[in-house]
Write a protein that binds this ligand. Structure first.
Ligand code: ME8
Length: 509
């Protein structure tokens, strides 16, 4: 198997916020992709972190009567703790107030400036502090009182100040050409089409510096300005792997295989501004930008003002981490919008986890425990059908690799649940409780085949529910698996099961 290098990123999260379901969702999805890629034999880097500059953070610090850096230090820890609470396998956590980040951001600015793509002018127009984004009036929603708001619901303010501009308009055709030649650069396709239409509608040069506040990275050629926070923040991705420097190292080569997973609200920044900056700086582009959808809460838009922000920590404390991870990845096709409700979460736990997966393991492994003193029996004269059932793993794995090459996480999970259904059907149709009485050879065969299927399921669910995966493999007494294909090499007959513990308690409706 050829080993690739793959680099996965979550957006870096605004440090003034409290973690909500959006942060948890993007992080869990990226963790899935990183874990899958490692199990598939690749060398992986997985980055998350905090976005710590800009007016939004400066204002939050003013309100809290502390300095911006104190606010960042305090809050960044909360996001770091979230990575543990979600059992993320990230190997870097970047903060934009770190020196390595500031020097990378300055490096990109210098490349753009030296290429003549940055010029001084004046910005007059709308700005949303909440989104840290400049808006054309036509893209805003006019309210009854005559004021405007953004599509994400926040207010905008009119600003007029000296600013450096990036020649975004110059890159319109080159971007369209790039999207055309790289049809998988932006996924899913609906989002790709939206981006293409936006760019075809015409690009205006982008204001990339501010002078009316100072919480940010100084513009290298003009200390009176600070960099626009998005130009600053986007560079965190390559900065994590030492790519934006004249002294690149071995780690920098991860860049050619970078996948950015982002929410749909920040797709424009990632799929238009970011590649334009990189093209202008004559740097390689990431491989993929994938935009996922947004969650609503019991049918309502989530917003602080409505007070219906979902705290992932509370849900995890009440229902369990793997249950939560499974739910968010399974409930909504990755890329679509979806609704969070406690009822739907409970349904998934009771039916998919407790009934389908939990019962399969519990019933079959307990039979091995009781009938064979916990030793997985050896088969004799397995039918071709039974052999095929086990051997189909390699074919299934190929299908799963294909799905994940396009970030079809939900498709992956459905496919694994087909295997779980198939295993349950095999077990039930074989009626081992009857075989136990009248056909010991077949009884052993059924338990052997079922345990083999559980072994496969145990490894395949690892990217979704790492702890449950470990529990299942531990019950089977299988250790030290770090790649999917290794599971084939393990002959489980004769292994002595460890103690069987229930995987998912049912939750009341
Ligand atoms: O945008 N459902 O940071 P952020 C799903 N700092 N996803 C949601 C969501 C919801 N209801 N609400 C938010 C930023 N998100 C910038 C990124 S990257 C160089 C800079 C998602 O903390 C949102 O789409 O606001 C985004 O992907 C992430 O959560 C939070 O981003």
């Amino acid at each position: 198997m050829s080993q690739k290098k793959e680099f996965f990123t979550t957006p870096i999260y605004y440090v003034n916020d409290v973690p909500h379901i959006g942060h948890a969702y993007t992080s869990i999805a990226v963790d899935f992709l990183a874990r899958f890629s490692r199990l598939n034999g690749n060398e992986v880097r997985f980055l998350t972190g905090t976005d710590e500059h800009g007016l939004k953070i400066q204002k939050a610090a003013e309100i809290a009567s502390i300095s911006p850096i104190d606010l960042c230090n305090k809050n960044s820890i909360i996001f770091r703790e979230l990575t543990k609470k979600l059992n993320l396998s990230n190997d870097d956590f970047i903060r934009t107030t770190e020196t390595r980040h500031k020097s990378g951001a300055s490096h990109l600015w210098k490349l753009l400036f030296e290429n003549g793509d940055i010029y001084l002018d004046e910005y007059t127009g709308w700005y949303s502090v909440n989104d840290e984004t400049f808006y054309n009036e036509k893209d805003l929603i006019k309210q009854e009182n005559g004021s405007f708001k953004t599509i994400t619901g926040g207010p905008v303010e009119w600003i007029k100040e000296e600013s450096y501009f990036f020649k975004l308009s110059k890159y319109q055709e080159r971007l369209l050409d790039y999207y055309d030649k790289h049809p998988d650069f932006i996924l899913p396709e609906t989002k790709r089409n939206e981006v293409i239409n936006f760019v075809k509608g015409g690009l205006r040069d982008l204001s990339v510096s501010r002078t009316s506040f100072n919480w940010g990275i100084s513009v290298p050629n003009d200390p009176n300005h600070i960099m626009y926070v998005w130009l600053d923040a986007l560079t965190s991705y390559p900065n994590s792997i030492n790519f934006l420097t004249d002294n690149q190292d071995e780690m920098s080569s991860f860049w050619s295989n970078a996948t950015h997973i982002v929410g749909k609200d920040i797709l424009r920044h990632h799929a238009v501004y970011w590649p334009a900056f990189l093209i202008a700086a004559k740097l390689e582009l990431p491989k993929r930008i994938y935009a996922h959808g947004w969650w609503t809460n019991e049918g309502n838009k989530i917003s602080k003002s409505l007070g219906n922000v979902i705290d992932p920590v509370l849900i995890i404390n009440e229902y369990g981490l793997d249950q939560f991870r499974y739910f968010v990845l399974r409930e909504v096709p990755f890329g679509n919008d979806g609704d969070f409700s406690i009822k739907a979460l409970k349904n998934r736990i009771n039916s998919d986890l407790a009934n389908d997966l939990g019962n399969l393991c519990q019933r079959s492994l307990t039979m091995i425990e009781k009938s064979f003193d916990s030793i997985i029996p050896s088969p004799s004269n397995l039918t071709d059908d039974n052999i095929d059932l086990i051997k189909n793993f390699n074919h299934r794995l190929e299908q799963l690799i294909d799905k994940i090459s396009m970030q079809d996480i939900t498709g992956y999970i459905k496919n694994v649940w087909e295997l779980i259904s198939l295993s349950n059907k095999f077990f039930n149709d074989s009626k081992p409780w009857e075989l136990k009485k009248n056909n010991e050879t077949e009884y052993k065969n059924v338990l052997y085949v079922t345990a083999n299927l559980i072994k496969q399921i145990g490894i395949l669910i690892n990217p979704i529910m790492p702890e449950t995966s470990e529990k299942i493999l531990y019950m089977l007494n299988i250790n030290d698996i770090n790649q999917f294909h290794q599971i084939n090499d393990i002959d489980i007959s004769g292994l002595k099961l460890n103690e069987i513990t229930p995987l998912f308690p049912r939750v009341d409706k």
